[in-house]
Ligand binder design. Structure first.
Ligand SMILES: NC(=O)c1ccc[n+]([C@@H]2O[C@H](COP(=O)([O-])OP(=O)(O)OC[C@H]3O[C@@H](n4cnc5c(N)ncnc54)[C@H](OP(=O)(O)O)[C@@H]3O)[C@@H](O)[C@H]2O)c1
Length: 273
């Protein structure tokens, strides 16, 4: 039996994590979302009435909402604490997703707005999350804090493949990786694992409504991925991707195995696909 707290479970990877982890009725899964009513409805429709799933309001851009979520979690879990804190929620903008950085040159207001939102959500939001939930993690048995990051933040990946797109998103994840390492620097001695893990390229419908121009940028990126990993067949179905991710988190990622503060992939390596 383990207790999980996962942010951003309204859809995508977060929802799939809740689905798979709560299949074992002994696990307790607490999911944080911005829209609780909509997620309650989705959980009821797709997972049925699972007594071990608790959906709480938690917006990474609101310290007050995270404070309330931590207090509500404490009431649910009591002395068991939290075994796994999974910082999954993130801002994933479309602005920078398909084009090289020069595309942003004359989009001054959009660039500043999206960059502020990215830093607020993906970096500051997770600092608040970690600080507020740490007392519960320290009470837990497993003590693993996992932040979902991206291979986009790897400098060798950017430089070797000349990956031009997703500049702002990548920078926010690089900043988050540093924050995760700083938490590791402080809490490794308390046996808390802080680690940043990329899930690989996972199919969650991000590109369902792209324009023909955006699709062209996307195809250029996919072409580079095919050269990087010749066995790459496109984004991994979310159920399969989460099985791999869960196994790596559980079996491989530990302080003993040298992952404290690391930036690693779903395979526990620097192989991003
Ligand atoms: N899919 C991939 O291929 C891939 C690859 C590398 C890394 N990742 C990482 O994996 C994680 C999950 O990504 P995904 O693909 O599942 O994306 P997604 O489907 O867009 O889900 C993102 C989740 O984050 C939530 N969120 C956004 N802003 C928030 C905020 N301010 N407060 C709380 N929740 C917020 C969203 O909630 P709303 O419904 O309220 O918007 C949603 O539940 C992210 O950290 C992403 O960077 C994904």
């Amino acid at each position: 039996m383990s207790v999980y707290v996962i942010t951003g479970v309204s859809k995508g990877i977060g929802f799939e994590l809740v689905k798979q982890i709560s299949e074992d009725q002994k696990n307790i899964v607490i999911g944080l979302v911005r829209d609780k009513a909509a997620t309650d409805k989705k959980v009821a429709a797709e997972l049925g009435n699972r007594a071990n799933v608790h959906i709480l309001h938690g917006d990474l851009t609101s310290h007050a909402s995270l404070t309330e979520a931590a207090a509500a979690t404490n009431k649910i879990v009591g002395d068991r604490g939290v075994d796994y804190l999974i910082a999954n929620a993130a801002s994933l903008p479309h602005l920078d997703a398909y084009d090289p950085i020069s595309y942003l040159g004359d989009k001054v207001e959009e660039l500043e707005k999206v960059s502020a939102e990215l830093f607020h959500t993906n970096v500051i939001g997770n600092i608040h999350l970690f600080n507020l939930f740490l007392p519960l993690v320290l009470k837990g048995k497993v003590k693993k804090v996992i932040a979902l990051t991206s291979g986009h933040a790897d400098l060798d990946f950017i430089n070797d493949l000349e990956v031009e797109n997703s500049a702002l998103y990548a920078a926010s994840k690089a900043a988050m990786n540093v924050i995760v390492a700083k938490f590791n620097a402080q809490y490794k001695k308390d046996r808390v694992l802080f680690v940043s893990v990329s899930p690989g390229l996972v199919e969650v419908g991000h590109f369902a409504n792209v324009t023909p121009e955006q699709m062209q940028g996307l195809m250029g990126f996919m072409g580079k991925l095919a050269a990087y990993a010749p066995d790459f067949k496109g984004p991994t179905p979310v159920d399969e991707a989460i099985k791999t991710l869960r196994s790596t988190i559980k079996e491989k990622l530990s302080i003993e195995n040298g992952y404290g503060g690391a930036f690693t992939s779903h395979l526990g390596t620097k192989k991003w696909l």
